[in-house]
Design a protein. Structure first.
Length: 465
């Protein structure tokens, strides 16, 4: 990290320059250049504060601000001369600023260390990323709500243990993921609230002897307040851990939905068909339509969890305050956000374009004695039978139907009456899958009426048209 005289900007203590391998392992520019705009924003706020406090002259601040304007313009135009030998984005900005404005650039780092500079940039970047990711999650929720609206009364089998359990509606099933994603979005928001404290002014670890105004820089950068402990300010990475933990949980939800898409689009289920946009073929089997996007989401969910675990492992044994182990915190965090956001976009595309097959779903819902619970409930409601007795009676009726290879809705009344003589013809009114789904009217249940209510509420919350 040499200046224009060939000296290291931090190298006054050293007689020899680092080896090429040391420079390679030490460089982070390829990763942290993504924080370029945050770095410029932090430097702007810091310079303004130094000038306000009389630490920096008005003329020097004006030169610094003008230079930073040009730096930002070059970055946005793609003409900024990044130099890898300068290690990181922070020293690249400082070096370019010195080329542009000369001596005043050297005064910008007064009362600041790279330690508080980098963590300020990192918090700013993560705060913005959390907001952008939350918006993507809301977009996926909106796509699910629109499809649920189309299928409030589409009956499908509900499963436990991947065995047919009870009829549910497809709209209800899709809204379950809307609820999961809302909790995910809430976690991302909460993380952003907790990280929204400003470390700038903590300097290397002990604070500074200059009369700085940390409230001023915090406000300028949109933070709620300055961090209260300088050691904590430069060493804390729990905000990144929390962000990655939140992404890991959300990615798990995406993976569960991806697994259902894989199952539903298989010939064995046949509940849905992915569009060609989200399917691939086989190099040898021309008939294949593979749900590769969904399968990749399953795998990438594990990658995100691995990035969370790697960051936790890097931090768990570090004494206060700063250690170079923390340099990889950004690589892991950036990769996790990139991977998750790609998965959300892919899932949104699949949900928007997938074709459901209501007839196949309805037929599957009618298999596996899915209305057995409705029969038991009828025995309780109409005959006053204790539920445990009704459960036993229903089990015997299911056994008869299974022996004859038919569903209980197709079992003759006399067969049911052979098990319990008080059963009447009225029982058949509850044994269709449509009747079963419609009967589930408790709050949060699968009845089309309840699903339509939930769809309406979600449309309002998410501003879905």
């Amino acid at each position: 990290m040499a200046d224009d005289k060939g000296q290291m900007m931090w190298g006054g203590r050293f007689a020899a320059t680092p080896s090429a391998i040391m420079e390679e392992i030490n460089a982070s520019l390829d990763i942290d250049r993504r924080m370029a705009e945050e770095d410029v924003a932090g430097s702007r706020a810091h310079a303004d504060m130094l000038a306000e406090m009389g630490i920096l002259s008005v003329a020097d601040n004006e030169a610094i601000q003008a230079g930073l304007d040009q730096v930002l313009e070059e970055m946005r135009a793609g003409t900024f001369p990044f130099r890898r030998e300068l290690e990181d984005i922070h020293m690249n900005v400082e070096a370019r600023l010195k080329e542009l404005i000369g001596e005043p650039a050297g005064r910008l780092h007064t009362a600041r260390s790279r330690n508080d500079q980098v963590i300020t940039d990192f918090r700013l970047w993560t705060r913005r990323a959390l907001d952008e990711t939350g918006q993507l999650v809301a977009g996926l929720q909106a796509a699910l709500v629109r499809r649920a609206d189309e299928h409030t009364a589409t009956v499908m089998p509900g499963f436990t243990h991947l065995q047919t359990a009870q009829p549910v509606t497809l709209g209800h099933h899709l809204l379950a993921y809307v609820e999961m994603l809302e909790r995910d979005r809430s976690r991302l928001h909460d993380c952003a609230v907790r990280l929204n404290e400003c470390p700038l002014g903590a300097a290397a670890l002990a604070g500074t002897g200059f009369p700085i105004d940390r409230d001023m820089t915090a406000e300028a950068l949109g933070f709620a307040r300055p961090m209260a402990n300088s050691l904590d300010a430069v060493s804390a990475r729990d905000f990144a851990l929390e962000a990655l933990a939140s992404l890991s949980i959300a990615a798990t939800h995406l993976s569960r939905l991806a697994e259902e898409i894989v199952l539903w689009t298989s010939p064995q289920f046949g509940f849905a068909r992915l569009s060609d946009q989200w399917s691939t073929g086989s190099s040898i089997m021309p008939q294949k339509r593979n749900p590769d996007a969904a399968e990749l989401i399953r795998a990438k969910a594990s990658l995100i969890t691995g990035q969370y675990a790697a960051l936790q492992g890097a931090i768990k044994a570090l004494p206060l305050a700063y250690a170079k182990d923390l340099q990889d915190d950004k690589r892991l965090t950036f990769d996790a956000f990139d991977t998750f956001n790609l998965c959300v976009r892919a899932m949104t595309g699949m949900i928007e374009t997938i074709s459901f097959k209501p007839d196949v779903m309805r037929a599957a819902a009618a298999k596996g004695f899915s209305t057995a619970t409705d029969l038991a409930d009828w025995l309780v409601r109409e005959l006053g039978m204790p539920f445990r007795d009704a459960h036993h009676v229903t089990g015997r009726i299911v056994a008869r139907a299974e022996a004859e290879g038919i569903d209980i809705a197709d079992l003759p009344l006399k067969e049911m009456q052979a098990v319990h003589g008080a059963i009447t013809e009225e029982v058949f009114s509850v044994l269709s899958v449509e009747a079963s789904a419609a009967s589930r009217i408790s709050y949060g249940a699968t009845s089309p009426v309840r699903v339509a209510e939930q769809v309406a509420q979600w449309k309002q919350r998410l501003r879905v048209e």
